[in-house]
Design a protein around this ligand. Structure first.
Ligand SMILES: O=C([C@H](O)CO)[C@H](O)[C@H](O)COP(=O)(O)O
Length: 428
């Protein structure tokens, strides 16, 4: 192996798209093409067969994630045209040994995937002793969403095994180079290449990072800054998609039209038209927060207007959400601070002081607790529970990346139902 090798992982379910994306990835500098596990589950060994037919001079990796019947599954993949077959390092020794024997018999290399292995270094050394050819320091996609990092796993085993090491899991044009510096011989890259609108360019960027890895290691950002930056990159629809179509508040309109709002909730519960607690919440809120008010969806009286909005600007508050009415709409529009409400009304109500700040509330059909993340744009507002904010933000970014590639394929003349093979994938 003269390395480092770029392996583009085709984690799609549609074979024709995978072939096209594979072709573009090779144009961009991918050395190996992987039939990803979702593709193999969707299309079986035909996926491997077709990729070998299309790319006869390229090493084809079959990410079988073998957990049992090592011989049978290695044999299937090898006969379909795979050059490298992946087995789970966490599988029983008997499975690994069988896979290795079948690999020898059929002339294919066996890659052992450390995904979810409890003692990765120990297991890496064990599977090396069992005869596997490559070890993959792999953090799975769902694990990445919760903040697990393939570079950390890689550094645990780099230099401590004598077989080539693959690094996999969320690598991109920045981290692929870092993985080379940390000791990876093979860089397995999925999403950041295959979901790009311009796959060839994305592969080229990763290739450059691998070939000239002299880039400084990226520092760790504060987690809340990271979450905010991620949410700013995606849309409210991306986020509800990432939450299995949950989290959307109902009935809200953006008073200022095309705005983007991201922040953590300061909650306010009050009664119709009582504007004392909503306005006091401005002094409680910190820079970057969003004030979320339940005003009982009252349409005849508004607990919020221009002067309150102005005060928010002074404090650097990110926006306002009201299950109820606002007034001074023309002035609020001029101020430009994101304000979302269910109605408008010129009536001000009274500052009586009923209700409370900082408790769990219901707002537009959703529960909101202090500190939950609130994201709004012209499509509406979504609430993300604080415990899942990083994960959901990461997943929303994956949704956005996926849509970027689908949009590109539609631009090339296809339609959404064709790209997504909708009829084929209708629920039976
Ligand atoms: O093996 C993979 C995953 O388990 C889905 O099958 C991916 O190919 C691997 O994680 C690389 O993809 P990215 O993490 O998107 O780079």
């Amino acid at each position: 192996m003269s390395g480092p090798i770029l392996q583009a992982a085709l984690d799609l379910i549609e074979l024709s798209r995978a072939v096209q994306i594979g072709r573009e990835a090779i144009q961009g500098g991918a050395d190996w093409i992987e039939a990803g596990t979702p593709l193999i589950k969707s299309e079986g060994m035909n996926a491997v067969r077709r990729l070998k037919e299309e790319f006869p001079d390229t090493i084809i990796v079959a990410d079988m994630k073998i957990a049992d019947t090592g011989t049978l599954e290695v044999e299937m993949a090898a006969k379909a045209g795979a050059d490298v077959v992946c087995v789970l390092a966490g599988a029983d020794d008997s499975v690994i040994s069988e896979a290795v024997r079948a690999g020898h018999l059929y002339g294919v290399k066996i890659m052992a995937d450390l995904i979810n292995v409890k003692e990765p270094l120990k297991r890496a050394q064990e599977v090396e002793a069992l005869g596997v050819d490559i070890i993959a320091a792999h953090v799975g996609i769902d694990q990445q969403m919760k903040g697990k990092n393939s570079l950390d796993l890689l550094s645990e085993i780099a230099g401590k095994v004598n077989i080539p090491i693959g690094a996999a899991g969320g690598l991109n044009a920045q981290t692929a180079g870092e993985a080379v510096l940390a000791g990876a011989d093979i860089l397995l890259v999925g999403s950041s290449i295959t979901k790009a609108a311009d796959v060839a360019a994305a592969a080229r960027n990763v290739r450059n990072s691998i070939d000239k890895p002299g880039i400084k290691k990226s520092g760790k950002a504060d987690i809340n800054d990271e979450i905010r930056a991620l949410f700013l990159e995606v849309s409210a629809p991306n986020i509800t998609d990432a939450m299995h179509r949950k989290g959307a508040m109902s009935g809200l309109i953006s008073i200022c039209g095309d705005v983007k709002m991201v922040g953590r909730a300061v909650t306010v519960e009050t009664v119709a038209g009582d504007w004392a607690k909503p306005v006091e919440a401005i002094d409680v809120a910190q820079r970057g927060d969003v004030i979320v008010i339940n005003n009982g969806r009252a349409t005849h009286v508004a607990p919020w207007g221009e002067l309150a909005t102005h005060s928010c600007l002074n404090k650097g508050i990110s926006g306002i959400v009201i299950d109820g009415s606002v007034r001074d709409v023309d002035d609020i529009k001029k101020l430009g601070l994101p304000v979302f409400a269910t109605a408008t009304s010129p009536n001000a109500g009274e500052p009586k002081g009923f209700g409370e700040i900082g408790t769990e509330i219901k707002c537009c059909g959703e529960s909101v607790r202090p500190g939950d993340w609130i994201i709004g744009d012209e499509s509406g507002v979504v609430v993300v529970p604080k415990e899942r904010a990083y994960e959901i933000a990461k997943r929303a970014l994956e949704v956005k990346k996926h849509e970027n590639r689908v949009r590109e394929e539609i631009k090339r003349g296809s339609t959404l139902s064709v790209v997504m093979e909708l009829v084929k994938w209708e629920k039976k």
